[in-house]
Unconditional design. Structure first.
Length: 243
């Protein structure tokens, strides 16, 4: 696994041409804000259509480690839910769910990279949740990266997770304040609204690890990167808030 670059080196990825543009992923509006739950059968998640993520960064099918994610929005929040079948989990001993967990990416985790500035692809935010409910959030500037500053940033997002060992599936959820994505973006509204677009990719690190001393053995992504590094914003997909 070569994804981990954050505070050790933060090497810029190989320059890549943008992939052919896809239609933006439509994100449905929730009826109202709600307390997040990892339960995929909860009423709130029923209104969100699952999206499949099934390839590695180079586009190779990942079979049974494919997963589904769902997204909803309200004016003040973005809501994400993840359903992640697994064959093996790499979990951090002595998990801390109250404080931010640095280097959470060295363990099983789901990640959302999202930005609202289409004129500054190097600026975006990163949110992670583990099967044990650990979390980390980061403010990313690929042109002027300051690791301690990125980690010190606090989005105020909420997470929850649960592991169903019998079914070998783990579930995770995030509740991300809209302001944490939109603040500081020129011309962006203060709150979410229909028609608003984001640049985004969704990732999962999974499997028995570590490999080469770093992280779980597989990276499963929503949009093909064509580069081992998840931090390749030039090829993020797009999502749009719909009514």
């Amino acid at each position: 696994m070569t994804r981990r670059i954050l505070l050790a080196a933060f090497v810029l990825p190989i320059a890549l041409p943008a992939l052919a543009a896809d239609e933006p992923l439509p994100i449905a509006r929730a009826k109202s804000d709600f307390a997040i739950t990892a339960d995929p059968n909860a009423a709130a998640w029923k209104t969100a259509k699952p999206t499949r993520a099934s390839i590695d960064p180079m586009g190779k099918d990942q079979g049974l480690n494919a997963y589904d994610f769902r997204i909803l929005w309200t004016p003040d929040y973005l809501y994400f839910h993840f359903t992640c079948p697994y064959d093996a989990l790499t979990l951090k001993p002595n998990p801390d769910t109250k404080n931010e967990t640095y280097a959470l990416w060295d363990w099983d985790v789901t990640e959302v990279f999202i930005g609202a500035d289409f004129n500054a692809h190097h600026r975006y935010r990163e949110y992670q949740v583990s099967p044990q409910g650990e979390w980390v959030d980061l403010d990313i500037d690929r042109k002027a990266m300051n690791g301690p500053s990125a980690v010190k940033w606090n989005s105020g997002f909420e997470v929850t997770a649960k592991i169903d060992a019998g079914k070998k599936i783990w579930y995770g959820a995030m509740k991300i304040p809209a302001a944490s994505v939109l603040k500081g973006v020129p011309g962006a509204p203060a709150r979410n609204e229909a028609g608003l677009k984001f640049r985004m990719n969704v990732f999962r690190l999974a499997g028995k690890g570590p490999v080469n001393g770093v992280g779980p053995s597989r990276s499963i992504v929503w949009k093909k990167i064509g580069n081992p590094s998840h931090h390749t914003p030039e090829v993020f997909g797009e999502a749009v808030l719909v009514k």
